[in-house]
Design a binder for this molecule. Structure first.
Ligand SMILES: Cc1cc2nc3c(=O)[nH]c(=O)nc-3n(C[C@H](O)[C@H](O)[C@H](O)COP(=O)(O)OP(=O)(O)OC[C@H]3O[C@@H](n4cnc5c(N)ncnc54)[C@H](O)[C@@H]3O)c2cc1C
Length: 399
């Protein structure tokens, strides 16, 4: 049976996120985009509205919600402001390695505080010299008695200057690639840990992105996640759990772009006619709608697979790659429909166009998703038709 009906609780949650996006995100999106300030007041409100850290289990003070619920929430929020949503959602990305591989003690110590007040946890995997090739991490870790010692540089770390905690990936020996990776929980006030200056970005300017420098940072041995050498597995599992939400982000942004375009075509006149009277414009809106519907179905399937079936790596990659392309295409068409006005910040589609691009880059680029999918089609996928029969068979059936 297939059923796309949301439960009463899911509808309430989605609607709460929608109202939050309309009241607290949309009206301030332009301000934070222009200034690049960290939207702490909005995040405080978001935390108070119970719309952050949704996956933290009830036994650690959280709501214990699934990926599906997280996706429903972030579609609404990203429709309000993509940058703020990135800042808000990074707590889920940062906490996911602990959810995936943490002990009960680690979860109590690091997840519970996120539910008690507004705190930030960042995910520190990428480095100046590597992003896609996670096995190529160069940050070094050495064991020293009861501690591990970290040395290296992380780059592109969202919310880093505001983080209370980081989940950090490092290698015992970079020549051993994925086999040597380890994951740690690192307190932001650890001596030797410093964050850099925020980088100026094209979009998502309401989220702060900086480097994280680690110089002889001592991490207690009990902060190792899983076992030594399990860091790569933990990172990949984390991505398969968080990518459906990136697809939902992209769907929300695309939905917004379509709605702004729909509004504009009812107002703008060209050649003595409203834009909406031109079939070519109507078809653009129809294309946008079809693509958004498909993107939403794909993130729902990926989220459902994670919550109710199991490993969703393939569905998550497919949804992420597809929906993020949709966001880029729809935002681009929305700019086109606005003509010159789409190119200036008088209308929000200019910001949406800049924001959409990042979805194709972070949490695994569009190319990385396609590598995962191609590998699946060529080696994991079970052909539905089984053995392909000989095509040139010139004999009639002999039933
Ligand atoms: C605003 C922002 C926020 C971010 N936040 C975080 C964060 O919080 N934490 C974190 O750890 N990281 C974060 N990242 C990093 C992000 O995940 C990486 O930028 C991303 O994974 C791509 O890595 P890269 O930039 O090193 O590009 P590269 O890996 O150098 O890739 C360059 C290009 O080559 C392509 N490519 C790479 N490998 C292949 C291949 N095998 N075949 C074909 N094409 C390939 C890529 O798709 C891309 O088009 C953030 C990035 C940005 C821009």
């Amino acid at each position: 049976m297939i059923d796309f009906t949301l439960t009463k609780e899911q509808i309430e949650l989605r609607d709460r996120a929608r109202v939050f996006a309309q009241e607290y995100m949309l009206p301030y999106a332009h301000y934070y985009d222009k200034t690049g300030e960290f939207p702490r007041p909005i995040m405080q409100k978001c935390w108070e509205a119970g719309l952050m850290n949704l996956a933290i289990p009830k036994e650690y003070g959280g709501q214990g919600l699934g990926i599906l619920e997280q996706c429903l929430v972030v579609e609404e929020m990203a429709a309000g402001c993509a940058g703020m949503t990135t800042s808000i959602y990074v707590n889920s990305l940062g906490a996911e390695p602990i959810l995936v591989a943490g002990t009960d003690e680690q979860k109590k110590k690091y997840l519970r505080p996120l539910t008690e007040s507004l705190k930030f946890i960042s995910f520190a995997c990428s480095e100046p010299g590597m992003g896609s090739d996670v096995a190529g991490i160069q940050t070094l870790v050495e064991r020293d008695g009861d501690n591990y010692v970290l040395n290296g540089s992380k780059f592109w770390i969202t919310n880093a200057p505001h983080a209370d905690t980081f989940t950090v990936f490092a290698s015992r020996d970079p020549s051993k690639r994925h086999k040597a990776l380890c994951a740690f929980i690192v307190d932001a006030d650890s001596p030797g840990l410093k964050t850099g200056r925020p980088v100026e970005k094209m979009g998502h300017r309401a989220s702060t992105t900086t480097s994280v420098i680690l110089r002889d940072v001592k991490v207690p041995a009990e902060n190792l996640l899983g076992a030594e050498g399990e860091g790569f597995k933990i990172a990949m599992k984390t991505f398969s759990l968080t990518r459906p939400a990136i697809a939902a982000f992209a769907t929300g942004l695309a939905r917004s772009a379509m709605e702004y375009a729909r509004d504009y075509v009812g107002k703008r006149e060209v050649f003595g006619e409203k834009l909406l009277n031109f079939e070519v414009i109507q078809f653009k809106l129809a294309e946008m709608f079809m693509k958004i519907e498909a993107a939403r179905l794909m993130y729902l399937k990926a989220a459902w697979t994670t919550d109710f079936v199991g490993d969703s790596t393939i569905q998550a990659s497919a949804a992420k790659a597809f929906a993020t392309d949709v966001a880029m295409e729809v935002a681009s068409e929305a700019v086109q429909i606005h003509g010159g006005y789409g190119y200036i910040d008088q209308y929000p589609v200019e910001k949406l166009f800049r924001d959409a691009k990042l979805y194709q880059i972070y949490e695994g680029t569009s190319e990385v998703q396609r590598l995962i999918l191609a590998r699946h089609v060529l080696s994991g996928y079970e052909p539905a038709m089984g053995k392909i029969p000989r095509w040139y068979n010139n004999k009639p059936p002999n039933f």
